[in-house]
Design a protein around this ligand. Structure first.
Ligand code: 5GP
Ligand code: ZN
Length: 114
């Protein structure tokens, strides 16, 4: 989608601080971090929300988590722990409508979230 911020990152039109990239995925640091390490993992293909996922996307969603774990290990935060979050629509506070897995690490994270 030409007007989607994260599609522009996937195509290289906008260049975030990239932590991992392959043919299907991109991981980059969040511009407004809520933890010492806060990065996002996105599929390069545009999918607006979790509600738009199709059965055929199951493997792709699994790969988001594999990439999250890989980058967490690269950053040295995997053993201490981290949180993954994917917000869906207004009540969860989704602001960018291209699915993205948040990964937050580097401090104790309270539970339950607000
Ligand atoms: P959401 O609220 O949709 O779950 O999360 C969107 C995330 O994208 C936010 O944490 C926000 O800080 C991040 N974000 C928004 N614009 C940019 C940007 O231009 N660059 C980067 N790296 N992150 C962004
Ligand atoms: Zn998009």
């Amino acid at each position: 989608m030409s007007d989607c911020l994260f599609c522009k990152m996937a195509t290289g039109e906008i260049s975030p601080e990239i932590l991992y990239e392959d043919a299907e995925l991109l991981a980059f640091r969040d511009i407004n971090p809520h933890a010492p390490s806060h990065f996002l993992v996105i599929p390069k293909r545009h999918i607006a929300t979790i509600n738009d996922l199709q059965a055929g996307d199951a493997e792709l969603v699994g790969k988001l988590y594999l990439a999250a774990a890989r980058v967490a290990a690269d950053l040295g935060v995997a053993e201490a722990g981290y949180r993954t979050v994917m917000n869906c629509n207004a009540d969860a506070g989704q602001t960018v409508f291209h699915i993205h897995l948040h990964v937050l690490a580097g401090r104790h994270l309270a539970w339950p979230p607000g």
